[in-house]
Design a protein around this ligand. Structure first.
Ligand code: ADP
Ligand code: ZN
Length: 209
């Protein structure tokens, strides 16, 4: 099964993806995680991407499309992928269609985790992430990761100014993909403003899992 996750930053795509990975064995590809690791390791990609990410702007399409064209062909993707953070523009969506049809692996669904923008600002500014394993938590959870004990930190781009810009970018460039996938009859919309386990129950039901 090949799934695209859609939704504003902070809608809970990463949380739902992690649940799908642990229960269904799908391969999670998060462009945000790949880029953050590239920045941390100071690779060529990381050096090019960093200033865009810090501002909450999108990294240029060509960089992301080249990255994904390679990633999607690695052996761990053969049972299916959950794409989290890609595509984020219409150009990327068209490129993805081409990549998948070349591989003979059509998309099964575009899953929109739908959350009101004002709910998002509060969520993101209190979001914390584990330095070791990438687990997602909140400021209220304290300093240690519940999964591995690692140190929880706030992402550089989770401050209010950058969050507001990320939401604007989402509205302008990414939300048109909702209509794009509705047009291909692949869109499934889920109310994301509920407890993550309740959202996940809905996700599974709508995917027929
Ligand atoms: P979010 O919480 O905003 O969904 P991500 O972890 O998915 O965050 O992405 C963080 C940043 O990485 C984005 O703000 C953007 O700069 C960059 N990025 C991630 N995926 C893409 C993409 N498909 N196209 C362009 N830029 C991207
Ligand atoms: Zn951890």
């Amino acid at each position: 099964m090949n799934i695209v996750l859609l939704g504003a930053p902070g809608a809970g795509k990463g949380t739902q993806a992690a649940k799908l990975v642990s229960q269904e064995g799908l391969c999670h590809i998060s462009t945000g995680d790949i880029l953050r690791s590239a920045v941390k390791n100071e690779t060529e990609l990381g050096k090019k991407a960093k200033s865009y990410m810090d501002a909450g702007d999108l990294v240029p399409d060509e960089l992301i499309i080249d990255l994904m064209r390679e990633r999607i062909q690695e052996p761990d993707t053969s049972k299916g992928v959950i794409l989290d953070g890609f595509p984020r523009t219409t150009t990327q969506a068209v490129a993805l269609d081409t990549m998948l049809s070349e591989l003979g692996r059509p998309l099964d669904a575009a899953l929109l985790i739908d959350v009101d923008p004002e709910v998002i600002v509060g969520r993101l500014t209190s979001r914390r992430m584990c330095k070791e394993c990438g687990a997602i938590g909140t400021a209220a959870d304290g300093d240690a990761c519940k999964a591995c004990g690692g140190e929880m930190y706030q992402r550089d781009d989770d401050n209010e100014t950058t969050v507001r810009n990320r939401l604007d970018v989402y509205e302008k460039l990414t939300s048109p993909l909702i209509d794009y996938y509705r047009g291909c009859d692949l869109l499934i919309s889920i109310d994301g403003d509920r407890d993550p386990d309740v959202v996940f129950a809905d996700v599974k039901k709508s995917l027929g899992l």
